[in-house]
Design a protein around this ligand. Sequence first.
Ligand code: SF4
Length: 443
Amino acid sequence: MRYALVNPKWSFEGSTYFGCAEPHFPLELLSAREVLRGAGQEVLLIDAWMEDLTPEQVRKRLEGFHEDFLVIPTAPSYLFWRCPQPELRIPQQWIAALNRSSRKVVIGPHGSVTPLATLRKTGADIVLRGEPDQTLPQLASIPREMIAGCVWRDDAGRVSATPGLGATDMRAIGMLDYSDYPVEKHAHLHHIFAGNGADHLHRGAEVEFARGCPYSCTFCNKTLFRNKYRERELSAVVAEIDQLIARGVEYIYFIDEIFGVGKQVRALLEEIAKRPVSIGFQTRIDLWDEKSIELLARAHCVSFECGVESITDEGRDAMNKNCRITTDRITELLVYARQRIPWVQANLIKVREDDPAQVADWQANLKAQGVWVSEPVPMFPFPGSPEYVTTFGEQPDENAWERAHDFYLQLFADKGFSDIQDQQPLTLRELEQADEELACVSC
Ligand code: SF4
């Protein structure tokens, strides 16, 4: 069968979205393409964001391909599945504008938690919940009733659903093939800031070494996808890096939820140390010590971002951070890292356990030693996070995104958004179009 995988051109105007608004590699589509090709399916991947294409231009490329399935993600790149924009405006608009007669398949964090609302809002025929890499090919080979996390609308408009979630065997994801992907258009260097030791780098890329995380922080939107920690084969990742270096890539950002936790990460860093490429990633500082920070420096790490979240044991415990070192040791390691890595960042979350004056002192101390510390940001109760259940006292239902978004806007009702973002976000209803209600016949 024929699959068209389309990354739309994203826009976050009016959104509460905090993530980076630059184009990144659509790793979820590139990864799915490898599995689909391995299963003998024909695939056309179009990255409208990287190539700056309109829906009309994409439609022209689709003409003649006659796809059976049109696949569209609901968040820009796997990198942002844990902190996606709450609204479905872009997939909604692109599915309508492409106006294909093929089956429309939606993948991503929204449908993983609210499949019926996602079907209704986007007008798609199928939602695949969880990770879609290995469930997408199953659409061509087995009945939908046998595919984990499949929610679909039949020709009569009835909706059915299977239990479970897609969860990918990461050992099965071989080297991603960039031979016909416009790597050269990726000028963005993710989480690199001008004047901070990486100005010599010009072409960036993203790579996924491992998926998931063994921790369970309350605010983390990973429980329905990318949950259990899994590494890819080291040889596949190294071959992918070599392929990207051959295409002129000088900087790789690892999109992993938590880089540094796995058995093979030291071996990966030793391989990177031998190559002319710099790296950046997100991690936890308690996974590192002086020796492994030295290895990071040898592996040309130029961007080291650590989720510290709170400056107290009590604050970290309240978020179930399961951090095994003290704040003093956190401070010591961050400063040690900064003496070897040009950009070291500590992220904080606003929690009642932390005294704002003490937070300001901690920030000032670290900033004086070159470590950048974020302002404590409020938590968005993402529907795939434990925080959602704590906040609302129930599991997410089909209105979960609306409820979380309303709650978040209400936090700022009195004091405005100017501390954390430039624009006044719109409500979810304003961002999305209203659509007809759907009822599931299986539940
Ligand atoms: S360490 Fe916590 S916040 Fe980071 S990926 Fe794991 S669960 Fe999420």
